[in-house]
Design a protein. Structure first.
Length: 311
């Protein structure tokens, strides 16, 4: 199985600055609270192992639950399906509007988020011997990335789930599993739209990554509906394998774990973290960089990318 590290280097401020995130987060939380005012669905079991979930804490009053077996985090209550669909669409529109901080760093995100993902997909297609496959994009959140996929020239066509015709040779779920109310059902649906041997590209944030392991539900990047699910690496891998995918690549090439913890401590110096975590974020730049490389090499970063092949 392939595992890739990256030499890319960029700052938290260039892709998801904590100060910019706070306004976006407040809007997401407000919209989620409104959606939860109606009928609720309570999640009592882990969608991977079916173990009973335990309380994990809250995101400003909105409860999260944890799988006791592998530590995945899940939004504990969901609105009804219609309200959920409206919530996701509202947040998608807001994220792509001038009101969101994303609009202020469009070029920086294109350089440090969009371009590396396209290069990853392109290199994987080359290694797997696929030339200009048809692509299914599932649950896109960024209009910028959808546009980049279509303009890249890498694909014969790029289709959404709703408008897809026939079966595709590849599919991308970029943080889509983080936002779905039924991860297993989504993977089954995608499998039904892929040819045998088709490739699945997945990115997600991991509860087993360093910054989530240190901060838990105090991590300000844990926010519904974007982080409805925050799987551990083990749970996410098992979820994909159970859905019928053979894992071709599992990498955690994140570069921001240490800086995320550092940013939280700068915002709230009284935040309780382990002595080791505090020592690490206060270390010199060379030590912080070396530790981040260690996290990548041992699949301990909170950003994961996975390639699966439909069996």
């Amino acid at each position: 199985m392939r595992s890739v590290q990256t030499q890319d280097s960029f700052s938290l401020a260039s892709v998801k600055p904590l100060d910019g995130l706070l306004g976006y987060r407040a809007h997401c939380l407000e919209m989620t609270r409104k959606a939860l005012q109606g009928k609720k669905r309570v999640r009592s079991a882990c969608p991977v192992c079916e173990e009973r979930l335990a309380p994990a804490g809250e995101a400003e009053g909105i409860p999260y639950a944890r799988c006791p077996q592998d530590g995945s985090l899940f939004l504990a209550e969901l609105p009804d399906r219609d309200s959920w669909a409206r919530l996701l669409e509202e947040i998608r529109r807001y994220r792509n509007s001038s009101a969101s901080f994303h609009s202020q760093i469009t070029q920086s995100r294109a350089d440090h988020v969009t371009r590396p993902k396209l290069e990853w997909i392109q290199e994987t297609l080359r290694l797997q011997g696929l030339t200009r496959p048809s692509l299914l994009e599932v649950g896109p959140l960024s209009e910028e990335f959808t546009r980049s996929l279509k303009e890249s020239g890498l694909f014969l066509q790029v289709q959404s789930v709703e408008g897809s015709i026939g079966r595709s040779q590849a599919a991308v779920l970029l943080e889509s599993l983080d936002r779905t109310d039924d991860p297993a059902a989504l993977l089954r649906e995608v499998a039904g739209r892929l040819v045998e041997g088709g490739l699945l590209f997945v990115t997600a944030l991991l509860s087993s990554g360093f910054d989530f392991a240190v901060l838990g539900t105090r991590n300000l990047y844990l926010c519904p509906p974007d982080r409805t699910n925050c799987f551990s690496l083990g749970d996410l891998s098992r979820l994909l394998e159970t859905a019928g995918y053979t894992l071709v690549e599992v990498s955690t090439p994140g570069v921001l774990d240490v800086e995320i913890v550092q940013a939280h401590l700068q915002q709230d110096p009284s935040l309780e973290v382990s002595a080791f975590a505090r020592q690490m974020v206060l270390a010199d730049e060379e030590t912080r960089r070396a530790f981040q490389e260690f996290l990548q090499a041992h699949r301990l970063s909170s950003f994961v990318r996975i390639v699966g092949r439909k069996s």
